[in-house]
Design a protein around this ligand. Structure first.
Ligand SMILES: Cc1cc2nc3c(=O)[nH]c(=O)nc-3n(C[C@H](O)[C@H](O)[C@H](O)COP(=O)(O)OP(=O)(O)OC[C@H]3O[C@@H](n4cnc5c(N)ncnc54)[C@H](O)[C@@H]3O)c2cc1C
Length: 385
């Protein structure tokens, strides 16, 4: 077990950090206020080959792994300019298509996902099913060789600037009549597909949407992978999702701590820097310890995933996502506290992060659902629901 990153990983971290520094919080903040995507940064990140690091080289990707993609997610967030759609487009959708798509589907979708010219959103959450994704009711019915989809999705991020959405629907089993999940690549300009932005309090560049699928007709090859193995295919995308969510939270925590430390070293109200007071330095030190622990679990999850240990990665990715969300929330909270009144002034750009960091406690999977997973699968306790 090595705790030292390779030369390539160190160079990647440095290159992404430099890219992030050129954009940073000053670039992100006004766009986030207007709820407009970070298109320039997204495009440059894609052109630099950083968006598709986890995807196969033969389809335009970097042929590296989730560890490398997580470095990109962490470093951009640490610079104050995280790209939310990295969690979705290359990590969830790219992974699922890369693993289970037909050669034609890979050729059609992956090069664009890798260079960023195609953004694929991911729609699983539904208004009534919520966290219980076994209860989704968006259905896909066969009509000749086509599929016809009907249903609703909620809180789906980035649909307005995506070219397609990977929709989790259900098909009817011909033998049993029971519904089973299936995944469909749905181009956003398909007739019958509508979406409307949800008015959210969180200040971030990517909007969340309510999706309406009314008799959306898709050709046979919109079905990704095997109709009978969609659950396994879906799970394949969720470990990368959690690793990237953890990487994003880790980066955001670093960003907040860096800001807090700089301020605590410079601000004086009793004739010496406020960071001298242990009432401030100890919570910052505690936040640092917890952030490093979370980062270590995120790196473990990514390493296990890249080594092909999906089971081990599943547990570690859930724990990492939980720990990084909590650590990042604590870092942001303490950074705001360290700034006193300035912590809530727009100029300092920290107040918004209070909600921004907290998103990770709810999405992509809530804190409680992770604790359910750990209680049941890591500890062997009975399922409570
Ligand atoms: C900013 C943002 C971006 C998002 N982007 C996407 C996206 O791109 N695509 C997508 O599909 N979804 C997206 N989501 C949705 C997100 O995945 C869900 O909000 C999340 O999974 C929780 O589901 P819910 O909101 O329906 O809450 P509910 O399921 O209604 O849960 C409400 C509360 O009850 C708790 N709870 C529920 N069941 C249990 C239980 N069995 N035990 C203990 N507690 C329980 C939950 O933890 C939560 O605290 C996004 C959400 C946000 C906020």
């Amino acid at each position: 077990m090595g705790f030292r990153e390779t030369e390539e990983q160190i160079a990647l971290r440095k290159a992404v950090a430099e890219l992030g520094k050129r954009y940073g919080h000053d670039y992100t903040a006004p766009l986030a206020r207007k709820r407009e995507p970070l298109t320039e940064l997204w495009n440059e990140t894609g052109r630099s080959g950083f968006l598709g690091l986890n995807l196969p080289e033969e389809y335009g990707g970097g042929g590296a792994g989730m560890y490398e993609l997580a470095i990109v997610g962490e470093e951009l967030n640490a610079a104050g300019c995280g790209l939310l759609m990295m969690v979705v487009s290359p990590a969830i959708c790219g992974t699922i298509i890369g693993r289970y798509g037909s050669p034609e589907q890979k050729q059609h979708w992956l090069p664009g996902i890798a260079d960023g010219s195609t953004i694929m959103a991911f729609g699983i959450t539904e208004p009534d099913a919520g966290s219980n994704s076994h209860n989704i009711t968006t259905t896909a019915r066969r009509d000749g060789t086509d599929w016809v989809l009907n249903g609703r999705k909620i809180y789906v991020s980035g649909v307005d600037h995506a070219q397609a959405v990977l929709i989790v629907a259900r098909t009817e089993d011909a033998k049993t009549g029971r519904l089973k999940p299936a995944l469909f690549a749905l181009p956003t300009d398909t007739p019958g597909f509508e979406y409307t932005a949800i008015d959210m309090d969180v200040v971030m560049p990517d909007k969340q949407f309510l999706l309406f699928l009314d008799d959306v007709r898709l050709p046979a090859d919109a079905l990704i992978g095997d109709e009978d193995a969609a659950l396994a295919q879906l799970f394949a995308g969720l470990n990368p999702e959690r690793i990237m969510a953890a990487a994003g939270s880790t980066g955001m925590g670093r960003y907040a701590l860096d800001r807090a430390v700089a301020y605590a070293n410079q601000r004086e109200v009793w004739g010496k820097p406020i960071g001298t007071h242990q009432g401030l330095s100890h919570p910052l030190a505690k936040a640092k310890v917890e952030l490093e622990l979370a980062k270590l679990m995120m790196q473990k999850a990514a390493s296990l995933y890249d080594s092909g240990d999906d089971m081990g990665a599943g547990e570690a990715a859930n724990m990492a996502k939980y720990a990084a969300a909590e650590a990042s929330i604590a870092c942001v909270d303490q950074a705001v506290q360290t700034h006193g009144g300035n912590g809530l002034a727009h100029e300092y750009g920290l107040g918004n992060l209070l909600i921004g960091a907290r998103v990770a406690r709810i999405a992509p999977v809530s804190r409680e659902m992770i604790l359910n997973f750990v209680a049941q699968f890591s500890l062997g306790l009975p399922k409570s629901y």
